[in-house]
Write a protein that binds this ligand. Structure first.
Ligand code: NAD
Length: 485
């Protein structure tokens, strides 16, 4: 019997679905039940070749259109995504296990935001004119050519759009490889883009593990690689791309600090910490998983946090009343359980949670550890699950120093009612995407990305244009050429 969420075919190449069943089977598992809901096939070398050749063939004519013409198609795709938001959100829920109460508002919709924003920007991309006496220079903002996008499993629709929208706006073609854990949603993005009028070949989706990602990164026809994934994968992909001197964007992992001063609104600080740790069952790269709470407010913070966590509606992700769903996979759940055991073994105090739920699927309770110290494993390594580590601190200076003692630098947050302090502290934190009295907002208008091991480059905002285009400068001499001989 066909699966209800089975895609038309595994890959989308040159404007159409393409199948090659000789590629290894990748089962798609619904995280809420553990049941298989689809199967796709890993891209064979022939599929990879078809994707690259069709992208190369289509790119130049696309770049030759005016930005307004390109943008119109992206904006049409944005409208279509919004019209189909409900079905796309249900598919995202099947793909990831994230509750519909989230996917209806932040997945396809944020993909549509990116298409609308970069579609709007496309017509305003220009070079400049530099007068040099009689002579002059002009610059042309040109496409890079063929961009490869490689996605993580936590936000499959959003990642497919956050990479595709600026790439296409700038006149590039894209070959996108979703995570093998969540292969379904990017196919829909490709389908909608082409239905909106994107010429065939400009946005191709091929499936597979790192075995498919790796040859895409090293292919000499590829000009740019944009990865969303973990730091270990980032190191490999960055190194492989460096061999060919390719452009890169690396959106990698984090272990971000959230600093709560004792003058903060307790209710807002607790709400911020919940958003920073338990949204998408904790599977968010920018999460503020190291929560530094000033000693004066600590016990009140933990008491209120514990109370509010009891209100989490854990259950069927397709029920809109549910606001906390399963982990994406059994594997990820086991990784997180391993960290919970380490937290206990290394002496952190388990405030609440810590257990898997006795039901089908990959459910873990929202978990809070207090009295965590900086050298514990749960204080240093990215867990990527619903596990909050709470630390105590005395002074502002101490909080800043300890917050920066990490190799990561993706995000950071500060809660305080002293706004001068909020700005002063955030200015000293080594991180790319920061928040004051808020957490995890990611509007398309704002640059998003990390420093230190958390990555290079920025997605979203006008900053992304710099990472999907390059400047050509042209010197124009108006007079005679004065050669030495
Ligand atoms: P991952 O690193 O295991 O995989 C990411 C992608 O890379 C997958 O598509 C995978 O197939 C591919 N890949 C693996 N090896 C490869 C290779 N050698 N060459 C090319 N491609 C290869 O990450 P994940 O487990 O899918 O996602 C979780 C991680 O992603 C976390 O560390 C999280 O913090 C990070 N993340 C970062 C952001 C961000 O914007 N900074 C957003 C979401 C997730």
């Amino acid at each position: 019997m066909p699966y209800p969420t089975q895609p038309t075919a595994s890959h989308f190449i040159n404007g159409q679905y393409v199948e090659d069943t000789s590629g290894a089977e990748i089962p798609v598992i619904y995280p809420a039940t553990g049941e298989q809901i689809a199967v796709v096939h890993e891209a064979t070398p022939s599929i990879v070749e078809q994707a690259i050749t069709s992208a190369k063939a289509a790119q130049k004519a696309w770049a030759a259109l005016s930005g307004t013409e390109r943008g119109r198609i992206l904006r049409r795709a944005a409208d279509m995504i919004r019209e189909r938001n409900h079905d796309l959100s249900v598919l995202e829920t099947y793909d990831t296990g994230k509750p519909l109460s989230e996917t209806l508002y932040v997945d396809a919709t944020s993909g549509a935001d990116a298409l609308e924003y970069f579609g709007g920007l496309a017509g305003s991309l220009t070079g400049e004119h530099i007068q040099l006496g009689e002579d002059w220079v002009y610059t042309r903002r040109e496409a890079l050519g063929l961009c490869v996008g490689i996605g993580a499993w936590n936000y499959p629709t959003q990642i497919a759009c956050w990479k595709g929208a600026p790439a296409l706006a700038c006149g590039n073609a894209m070959v996108f490889k979703p995570s093998e854990t969540t292969p379904l949603c990017a196919l829909k993005v490709a389908e909608i883009l082409h239905e909106a009028g994107l010429p065939a070949g400009l946005y191709n989706v091929i499936q597979g593990t790192g075995k498919v990602g790796a040859p895409l990164v090293t292919d000499p026809r590829v000009d740019k690689v944009s990865l969303t994934g973990s730091v270990p994968t980032g190191r490999k992909v960055y190194a492989a791309a460096a061999e060919g001197i390719k452009h890169v964007t690396m959106e990698l992992g984090g272990k971000s600090p959230l600093i709560i001063f004792d003058d903060a609104s307790l209710e807002d600080a607790v709400g911020g910490a919940i958003l920073a740790n338990f949204y998408s069952s904790g599977q968010v790269c920018s999460n503020g998983t190291r929560v530094f709470v000033q000693k004066g407010i600590k016990e009140a913070f933990l008491t209120r946090l514990h109370e509010r966590l009891q209100e989490a509606q854990i259950g069927d992700p397709l029920d809109e009343a549910t606001n906390f769903g399963p982990m994406v996979s059994e594997n990820q759940m086991k990784i997180v359980q391993g960290y919970i055991e380490k937290g206990k073994a290394e002496g952190a105090r388990l405030v609440c949670g810590g257990n898997a739920l006795p039901r089908d699927g990959f459910y873990l309770e929202p978990t809070v550890f207090a009295d965590v110290t900086d050298e514990m494993t749960i204080a240093r390594e990215e867990i990527f699950g619903p596990v909050m580590a709470v630390f105590d601190f005395d002074t502002e200076e101490e909080a800043i120093t300890r917050a920066n003692e990490t190799e990561f630098g993706l995000s950071a947050g500060v809660f305080t009612s002293d706004l001068t302090r909020g700005h002063r502290v955030i200015a000293q934190i080594e991180a790319g995407s920061c928040f004051i009295n808020s957490y995890n907002d990611a509007p398309v208008e704002a640059p998003f990305g990390g420093s230190k091991l958390s990555g290079v480059g920025r997605e979203n905002s006008k900053a992304a244009i710099e990472h999907y285009s390059q400047m050509k400068s042209v010197y124009v001499r108006m007079g005679a050429v004065d050669a030495p001989f």
